[in-house]
Structure formats: structure tokens, C-alpha cells
Design a protein around this ligand. Structure first.
Ligand code: ZN
Ligand code: MN
Length: 456
């Protein structure tokens, strides 16, 4: 599997241009360097080197003493210089691994390079008038290329690998790795072989897949296509194929008969880098706890699905750990994080989340009220207690008020009342439903206890 990931930096790989937002007007984030004008000099972005090294270290890679950039020459309209600055024989790192479940996937290398621009095609078929435009906002954006050894055995494993990698990249802060925004693109190389055979079959490469679902479907389709080809006496041709989301199938793009000869040679405008060992060790020491470690720890106190979701984001994992550290029960904290915090992506402070979870657990406010208190707290930074006081959100917990309410519910529901007294406990649900309708802010726990008492 080859995965290209955009390194999280403010500026491009070899110039000072800011990274453009997706909706930026075309060619507004460009300069002499990323336009490939003659006579300019590229300067490597230290933040991109750092992101690449952190990723490599988190993937257990070896970091060589020296690394260098190379020119990969090819001709395409989205490549202004006529070559991509990449890394060939001395990449930033080699020989690591990533563990998914009980399988260890070896990492061949993680190297640094630059992205190309983007072509936009327009025109109409009827008049055979076609136009293509070039947007170079993306040209020169730093990319990490992460290449695995052929250790993945199924579409499931390939997807799990990509998801684990995404969590790891986000945790170490090397990339946002948002597939929908094109910040992470997968290129699986797929071959099949007869059961028991050691030899890998002829492979095809699928290009630029940008969702986990597409990755899984494309691999599943391609495995089946190759199997049918071989079993019907045909053969698999080594080629690059695309994935059509609308047709849910792969299709040939270019054949390796035209295999490119990139004429790699060392980039003469950038001296080789000597990687300072003290800096590497400093980066290694600064790495946060990796998702796999967090997940195993969380699985001891939470349901597996909650543990996976929370461990998949450093922000959520931090929030969880720091909230629980304030003495709030783990299950309730995880419940609020999974159901209320994660979907909005708005992260409250641990102090405020702890206070909120306690208010709901103690029955001071309803869960429904808790939800709006949380939103307001995240937006204004005020504490849940302040917001509750201001809105008069407190639940109806006064015993004499609740007693009047409960008696009214009993009087209005003779059938459910009789059922309950006859031992049909589920009749309580109907009584509570009526009670909530009359007084949505009633403390449900106290109210149901009172109902039982009165019915007894
Ligand atoms: Zn530029
Ligand atoms: Mn590449």
C-alpha cells in the first residue's frame, strides 16, 4: 500500500506560500518557486521535515544520518517544473512497522515530496469544445509518502491499516489526514496467488482512492476481477487502474508497457540534509501516547466501540483522560464524549465537561438540558453551573411539587395504575411517559420513586 498524506504545515514544501483552503480561488496561493519559474531556489520546510520524522518515529522506522531530495522527471500539465522534487535512494526513513490487531505490517519507507497542481476539465460534448484549466494552489504542498511491504491480506486489513494510520497521523500532529479533503490518498497494489503458493502474482495498482469505504470496495472488486480472469484462463496485466464510484468498478488507466522512466537524479538546488541526532531524540521523546496504546488502556474500562472512537483522536482521548481524572465515572464521561462531543467536534474543557456530567448524574438537570448547556458552554466558555443558574434550568426536584404531579398522573391513568398494582411492572413506562409530558423538567429518578411509593 502506498499512502500519500499532506503534512500539517502553514506553508508549502519549498516556498513560503500559505497552504490554500479547498475553496480558495484558483492560482491565488502561488509564487515563482511553486510555479516553477527559472532561476529560483527551493528551500525545504523544516515543519514538513519534522512532521515526516515524527510519523516515521511513530511507525518504528529507522532514521538515517543523511537524507536527500531527488528530481523525478515527467511531463504533465499539472506539474509546472517538469519534475517533482521527491526522495529516491536516501529517504527520510526506512524499515518500520505498524500493528493492526495481532498483525504486524512492515513499513518500507516514509519519505517527503511535493504535491502537484490540479487540472479542471470543462466543455461540452456536442460541440466537441473541450477546455482544461490548471490550478496550482496545491502545487508544492508537502506530502509524506508512506509505503508498506506486501503484508496486507484482505480488503478488511487494508482498510484497518489505513484507519490506524489516520489515527496515528492525527495523534502525532503530523497531518489532519482528512480523506474527503484529499489530505490522505491511498494507492493499494493488489495481486492474488494460488493458496499455498509463496510467489506474489502480477499486481495492479489502484490510484488515488479517497475514502475508507471506496478503498474497501475497490480492493474487493479488484480481487474478484483478478480471480475471474485467472480462473477463466486469462491473465492479469500489470497496469494502473482507477476506481469509478458511480459504477462501483475499477477500470484501466495506463499500462505499464509505457512504464515511466523518471530519470531520478539528486536535486542540485538542495544540499543533502544531515539529520541532527539530538533533534531526532527530542522528537522521539515528544511523541504522545500512540492510539494503539491508548485504545488498549481504554478497553479495560469502556466498551470496545467507545474505546476505539475515543482513542482515534488525541483531542478526545485527552479530554476523556483529564475528565475522568477529576473523579467523574468513566462510562458516563465516555457516553457524553461519544454522543455529544465527537459528532460536533467542539471540545469543551475537562473542567466544564466534568461539571456537566456531574450535574446530569446528580439529577440537577435533565440530559436534554445538559446537551444545550454543553453547547452553550463550548461556545461561550462559561461554566455549566453558571449557565444552569442563568437559564433557571434546574430540574423540578422539590418533593411536595413532585408528589402533586405523581398523584395527578395516578388519577389520570386508572388502567395503567391497576395494571401496575396487579404486578405488570412495565405499566410504569406509561405512567412515566405521561409524567414527562406534563412536566418535562421533572427529576425522572425522584419522580418514579415517588410514583412507586404512592402506588404501594
Ligand atoms: Zn509558492
Ligand atoms: Mn509519491
Amino acid at each position: 500500500m502506498e499512502i500519500h498524506v499532506q503534512a500539517r504545515t502553514r506553508s508549502k514544501m519549498f516556498c513560503g506560500c500559505a497552504i490554500a483552503e479547498l475553496n480558495a480561488p484558483p492560482n491565488t496561493h502561488v509564487c515563482e518557486v511553486c510555479l516553477g519559474l527559472p532561476g529560483v531556489l527551493p528551500v525545504p520546510n523544516k515543519a514538513a521535515v519534522e512532521a515526516c520524522l515524527k510519523t516515521a518515529l511513530a511507525l518504528n522506522c529507522e532514521i538515517p544520518r543523511h537524507t536527500k531530495f531527488d528530481r523525478k522527471n515527467y511531463m504533465y500539465p499539472d506539474l509546472p517544473k517538469g519534475y517533482q522534487i521527491s526522495q529516491y535512494d536516501l529517504p527520510m526513513s526506512r524499515d518500520g512497522f505498524l500493528e493492526i490487531g495481532d498483525r504486524r505490517v512492515r513499513i518500507r519507507r516514509v519519505h517527503l515530496e511535493e504535491d502537484t497542481g490540479k487540472l479542471i476539465h470543462a466543455g461540452d460534448k456536442l460541440h466537441k469544445a473541450w477546455e482544461s484549466y490548471v490550478d496550482l494552489n496545491r502545487a508544492g504542498v508537502p506530502l509524506m509518502e508512506i509505503v508498506s511491504e506486501p503484508d496486507l491480506r484482505s480488503a478488511d486489513e487494508a482498510r484497518d491499516y489505513a484507519m490506524e494510520l489516520q489515527a496515528l497521523l492525527r495523534t502525532v500532529g503530523a497531518s489532519n489526514a482528512d480523506m474527503e479533503k484529499g489530505q490522505m490518498r491511498a494507492e493499494p497494489n493488489i495481486s492474488i496467488r494460488r493458496a499455498g503458493s509463496e510467489e506474489l502474482g502480477v499486481k495492479t495498482e489502484l490510484k488515488n482512492i479517497n475514502s475508507f469505504r471506496a478503498l474497501h470496495r475497490a480492493i474487493t472488486f479488484e480481487v474478484e476481477r483478478q480471480r475471474q480472469a485467472l480462473e477463466s484462463g486469462g491473465k492479469v496485466v500489470q497496469e494502473t487502474r482507477g476506481w469509478s464510484e458511480s459504477e462501483q468498478r475499477t477500470f484501466p488507466q495506463r499500462s505499464k508497457e509505457f512504464a515511466e522512466d523518471y530519470r531520478y537524479f539528486p536535486e542540485p538546488d538542495i544540499p543533502p540534509l544531515e539529520l541532527d541526532r539530538a533533534w531526532i531524540e527530542q522528537l522521539r521523546a515528544s511523541l504522545p501516547e500512540l492510539p494503539s496504546v491508548t485504545r488498549e488502556a481504554l478497553k479495560k474500562e469502556l466498551p470496545a466501540a467507545d474505546a476505539v472512537l475515543i482513542a482515534g483522536s488525541r483531542d478526545l482521548a485527552d479530554l476523556y483522560q483529564r475528565t475522568v481524572a477529576r473523579g467523574v465515572p468513566p462510562a458516563a464521561t465516555a457516553n457524553w464524549i461519544v454522543n455529544e462531543v465527537a459528532p460536533t467536534g467542539k471540545i469543551p474543557s475537562p473542567e466544564n465537561l466534568a461539571e456537566l456530567v456531574r450535574l446530569v448524574l446528580d439529577g440537577a438537570i435533565t440530559r436534554e438540558q445538559g446537551r444545550s448547556v454543553l453547547m452553550e458552554s463550548v461556545e461561550t466558555g462559561r461554566t455549566p453551573a453558571e449557565i444552569v443558574a442563568e437559564h433557571g434550568y434546574a430540574q423540578m426536584s422539590d418533593e411536595s411539587e413532585l408528589r402533586v404531579l405523581a398523584q395527578a398522573v395516578i388519577d389520570a391513568n386508572p388502567k395503567a395504575t391497576a395494571d401496575f398494582r396487579a404486578g405488570r411492572k412495565q405499566a410504569m413506562q406509561a405512567l412515566m411517559a405521561d409524567l414527562r409530558k406534563r412536566a418535562p423538567h421533572a427529576n425522572a429518578k425522584a419522580a418514579s420513586e415517588l410514583l412507586m411509593k404512592l402506588l404501594a
